[in-house]
Design a protein around this ligand. Structure first.
Ligand SMILES: [Zn+2]
Ligand SMILES: [Zn+2]
Length: 394
């Protein structure tokens, strides 16, 4: 699947660098000072506790939410407040190699390649007991007298822009040998798309699915919906290059939001409107479009975090018996299901990976992601030796 030998890391490059007995006492990690102030520092090597392992981070993808956290703090929350000047390391979409085991861990071995999901719930609240650990009622309660054991690396605990991180075993997914580091970082993104579709009902074979917004989650929502048998799958976006990737990932139709009446076009393609709409843009315009393009009794998933209050046609929602679901992250083991599709080659998630840079060049990588330089979609930062940095395949 990969013809991009130049900048795509293969598992062979991992070797046994920095694992087990070779573990150093300190590691390099990017630390968030004030807003937009990141510095590369030396930190003590984290130590895994019960039901945890130490992961040597081999690659970490940049998410739009990382950019939010670094500039505005939310939705990260460290010790009950903003994450600034708390020795906090952001980054949450990473993969790597098991480097050490906590006491009693026999579920994994040192040297196994793993990718991670973000949230390890407290395991004891009402939502965790339902499998909704991304909505844990003890979110961020992992310090002082409040310590309920919740972890969301890169949000409430240290994350992946570093050489190592500690993960609860429940957040680990094994990576098959043939999958590149970069593709493995995308499993959690596909898992978020999977979770959204699961919450909408899951059995989408033969149902129409519209995805608004061809960012990484939107593009992989197209891929997952197609793999689940949805028909037709329709993608709405404003960038032709991204809509084209959506077609490669399985969109039956793409709609250019700049030149077409998207609601009319969806109705034309589906008859009475869409059964399911996944809004990955989260703007006032797209939320209203979602409400008006969903058929009576249909369902909308809001997979984006709007920055401010959004005004929308609630009356149309009620009178048409439309359901609206807010989803957070990748609950109910959706990431494992996404990996099953990716391992089986049901879609090529690596189509959304565009750039790789070494960890030391994180600021350059963040700039590419933020400004979408060179049509950047998923920008990955790698710890593998020999990564020089730049666009995939160039
Ligand atoms: Zn993310
Ligand atoms: Zn919980």
């Amino acid at each position: 699947m990969h013809d991009d030998a130049m900048t795509t890391s293969k598992p062979a490059a991992s070797a046994s660098r920095g694992l087990g007995d070779e573990l150093p006492d300190t590691m390099r990690a990017w630390v968030l000072g004030g807003p937009d102030e990141l510095s590369l520092q030396s930190k003590p090597m984290p130590v895994p506790g019960r039901a945890e392992v130490l992961v040597r981070i081999d690659a970490v993808a940049i998410c739009a939410t990382d950019l939010e956290v670094i500039s505005y703090g939310t939705p990260a929350m460290i010790e009950g407040g903003a994450p600034f000047n708390k020795n906090f390391t952001p980054g949450h979409e990473y993969m790597g190699t098991v480097a050490a085991l906590g006491p009693g861990v026999d579920e994994f071995r040192v040297g196994e390649r793993v990718t991670v999901e973000i949230h390890a719930g407290c395991g004891q609240c009402k939502r965790c007991r339902m499998g909704m650990y991304t909505s844990c009622h003890n979110y961020g309660m992992n310090y002082g007298d409040h310590d309920k054991g919740h972890r969301a690396n890169g949000f409430t605990t240290n994350g992946g822009f570093a050489e190592y991180a500690v993960n609860n075993i429940n957040t680990l997914i094994r990576v098959p040998d043939q999958m590149s580091d970069e593709e493995a970082t995308l499993v959690v993104t596909a898992g978020t798309s999977m979770y959204g579709l699961t919450e909408l009902g899951g059995l989408v074979a033969g149902e129409s699915v519209v995805v608004i917004g061809p960012g990484p989650i939107g593009l992989l929502a197209v891929a997952v919906a197609k793999a689940l048998g949805a028909s037709p799958v329709i993608l709405i976006g404003t960038r032709e290059s991204r809509n084209a990737i959506g077609q490669k990932l399985g969109a039956d139709h793409v709609i250019d939001a700049r030149s077409e009446d998207v609601v009319a076009r969806v109705k034309e393609l589906t008859g009475k409107g869409a059964d399911y709409v996944v809004d990955c843009a989260g703007t006032e315009t797209t939320v209203n479009q979602a409400v008006h393009m969903t058929n009576r009794g249909g369902r909308i998933c809001l997979a984006a975090f709007p920055k401010s209050a959004v005004s929308f046609d609630l009356g149309a929602l009620a009178v048409n018996n439309i359901y609206l679901y807010g989803i957070r992250g990748e609950g109910k083991s959706a990431t494992h299901r996404a990996m099953a599709f990716m391992e089986a080659g049901r879609f090529d998630a690596s189509l959304v990976h565009t750039h790789t840079f070494p960890l030391d060049d994180l600021p350059t990588a963040l700039k590419h992601a933020r400004e979408r330089i060179d049509d950047a979609i998923k920008v990955v930062v790698s710890n593998q030796p020999g990564i020089t940095g730049g666009a995939k395949g160039k």
